[in-house]
Design a protein around this ligand. Structure first.
Ligand SMILES: [Zn+2]
Ligand SMILES: [Zn+2]
Length: 362
């Protein structure tokens, strides 16, 4: 079928909307007519990693239009969120850890289906799709049954897409990866969509001290409204000393979402003995950085990576939707709408930090 999609042809230039072809759904595939998609930071740097031309976007939500002949979980008309792909057969998938699927990197960033074929084309030209097994910067997307999740009826589709990546990463970091108990202390570095989702989840889970660290006063104010008990503007200097003033023995948990080396160092140093630092990103796009492991050893700390909040999507995304509907995960506070034709502005505003969670409406 013919669809409108934002095609990236040059990693240094924004995508341009083109009319291209999308395959019909194969056996386990689900065709979704998108209502909206969130923009996540991975969309911004992925053009440097995925073969081009390609269509990005991985926080899609919409209505199932057609399903492949092997699909039993979904039917046309279902209201759904799309999320990351996983194989369902490897050790980690079988062990309820699909975000660590053995072939997950290929399924998210390979630009193709699991079998290496592409879902998108323009005439004879192959266009890479299947980004996080969706490529949602388009009017329609093909997902796989495992990565398309039915939503509660009342969940607004224009807010549901980010549940499939940024929100489940931040909320899942607290509720699933760290399983932080009520009363425990937490510092969140970076009050973007992931960090703020973590703060909302921390309040939901009745944590005690919840500190937000950022460099944007408006985000710190929002962090307070969403559940942070303290807010620290990192531009005002010595974040470590100010954290010690709040919790002299250190924090049980820290979450690093900013990709700033100084924040990562502080996120480890601010922990109490046996505290845990969780990271959702790395400084310098993963290039080597000076980082001493000694504080980890001295403190008996753990450093853990958070992939998609250790979500089991069919369980966790409906839970997040119910939290939203109960007023406990007010993600509308992070969102700003853009028309699909304004996708370049949405990406630029995400990059510049002007918008916490751009939502593209179709
Ligand atoms: Zn797997
Ligand atoms: Zn993402």
């Amino acid at each position: 079928m013919l669809i409108s999609a934002a095609v990236t042809r040059d990693a240094s230039a924004p995508p341009v909307i083109e009319e291209i072809e999308l395959d019909a759904p194969r056996g386990d595939e689900v065709l979704v007519k998108l209502v909206a998609t969130g923009v996540c930071h991975t969309d911004l740097f992925a053009p440097q990693l995925v073969p081009l031309p390609a269509v990005f976007g991985h926080e899609g939500a919409g209505i199932v239009e057609r399903v492949g002949e092997r699909v039993t979980k979904l039917r046309p008309g279902d209201r759904v969120a799309m999320t990351f792909g996983s194989c369902g057969q490897c050790r980690n998938c079988l062990d309820a850890a699909p975000s660590c699927c053995e072939v997950g990197n290929q399924l998210q960033m390979g630009g193709t289906r699991a079998d290496g074929t592409t879902t998108l084309s323009r005439g004879a030209e192959r266009i890479h799709g299947s980004f996080f097994q969706q490529s949602s910067f388009a009017t329609h997307a093909l997902g796989i049954e495992r990565s398309v999740v039915k939503l509660p009826d009342a969940m607004p589709l224009e807010l549901a897409g980010p549940l499939g990546c940024g929100i489940q990463t931040g909320a899942g970091a607290i509720l699933r990866t760290l399983q932080a108990p009520a009363g425990s202390s937490l510092v969140v570095f970076g009050a973007g969509a992931v960090g703020l989702a973590a703060i909302m989840a921390a309040r939901y889970a009745n944590l005690g001290t919840i500190v937000a660290v950022d460099i944007h006063p408006a985000r710190l104010e929002l962090a307070r409204e969403l559940g942070a008990t303290h807010a620290i503007d990192a531009r005002e200097g010595d974040v470590g000393a100010r954290l010690r003033a709040i919790e002299p023995r250190g924090f049980m948990y820290s979450l690093e979402t900013s990709a700033v080396l100084a924040s990562l160092v502080t996120a480890v140093e601010c922990l109490m003995r046996r505290g845990v630092c969780a990271i959702v990103t790395v400084p310098s796009m993963g290039k080597p950085v000076p980082f001493s492991l000694l504080p980890l050893l001295k403190g008996g700390h753990r450093l853990v990576a958070v992939l998609e909040g250790d979500s089991v999507p069919d369980l966790f995304i409906p839970q997040l939707a119910q939290m939203y509907l109960a007023g406990r995960l007010p993600i509308d506070r992070l969102a700003r709408d853009y028309a699909f034709t304004d996708i370049q502005a949405a990406l630029a505003d995400a990059q510049a930090g002007r918008t916490i969670k751009p939502i593209i409406r179709y």
